[in-house]
Design a protein around this ligand. Structure first.
Ligand code: NAD
Length: 247
């Protein structure tokens, strides 16, 4: 379904981003993975290629504007940019907001909010110049939908990502560029590694489906929103969380 399309996935080395890159490639897209983790990024590219997919890795720190511009240029060198998945993100050091260290606040905002801003900005410019429209999917979180105790900067950044997706969607709808946000709940990836086992158990107990999501399940939604099957969907925030926010 995505033959001839070129897609970027930031944070595509592992986790939700790697699962997304693999599905995009399996559907025929050429995928440019941008990540700070070169070793894992190259491994993911290798796995895609060994399944006859097209992928390449480009070192990219989303805190660096020039890295993101170069990432977009890499996609243009492949023939144009059709799909941008702004997925790279970190959780930050858990603490209540009133005890959050300034450097933690800044680090989370730099990666989870400004990094997505640059990704959306330069992808939009490239898509506008290409004149063929495009699809941008920003990976937010349920932490950006409600309050997120002990993850204050993360929740603020993700709420900003949802808002940025909606604003860009309205501004660029007439150019055929769709922008949506995906809001996962707890998902089994490295981002949760800092949590104690007891916290894991508490999380699972709080989820109506009584398990965490898998990267594959989140990636399926991301790719659907990026694909022509979602052609009437823009400016939407999609919650995928095993029911937790419905409580
Ligand atoms: P992960 O830690 O498995 O993967 C994150 C990826 O982002 C890694 O490949 C990492 O190297 C990359 N990355 C980190 N900082 C970067 C930077 N400065 N520049 C470029 N790449 C960078 O985490 P994940 O769970 O797959 O997270 C993917 C996205 O999903 C994030 O935006 C995260 O906030 C969001 N999310 C995750 C969960 C969850 O429970 N796992 C829940 C909600 C939202």
């Amino acid at each position: 379904m995505l033959h001839g399309k070129v897609a970027i996935v930031t944070g595509g080395a592992i986790g939700i981003g790697a699962a997304t890159a693999k599905i995009l490639a399996a559907q025929g897209a050429t995928v440019v993975i941008g990540d700070i983790n070169q070793q894992a990024g190259l491994q993911t590219v290798e796995q895609i290629r060994s399944a006859d997919g097209h992928a390449l890795f480009q070192a990219c720190d989303v805190r660096n504007e020039a890295d993101i511009q170069a990432l977009v240029q890499s996609a243009l060198d492949q023939g144009g940019l059709d799909i941008m998945i702004n997925n790279a993100g970190i959780g930050g050091q858990p603490a209540p907001l009133h005890l959050t260290e300034n450097h933690n606040w800044q680090r989370v905002l730099d990666i989870d909010l400004t990094g997505v801003f640059w990704g959306q900005k330069y992808a939009s410019q490239a898509m506008l110049a290409g004149g063929k429209g495009g699809a941008i999917v920003n990976v937010a979180s349920i932490a950006g939908v409600g309050g997120s105790p002990n993850l204050g900067p993360y929740g603020v950044a993700k709420a900003g990502v949802i808002q940025m997706s909606k604003t860009g969607a309205i501004e660029l709808a007439s150019a055929g560029i769709r922008i949506n946000a995906v809001c996962p709940g707890w998902t089994e990836t490295a981002i949760l590694e800092g949590f104690e086992p007891s916290a894991h158990e508490r999380m699972i107990r709080s989820i109506p489906l009584k398990r965490m999501g898998t990267p594959q399940e989140i990636a399926e939604l991301i790719v659907f929103l990026a694909s022509p099957a979602a052609s009437f969907i823009t400016g939407a925030e999609y919650i995928i969380d095993g029911g937790i926010t419905s409580m």
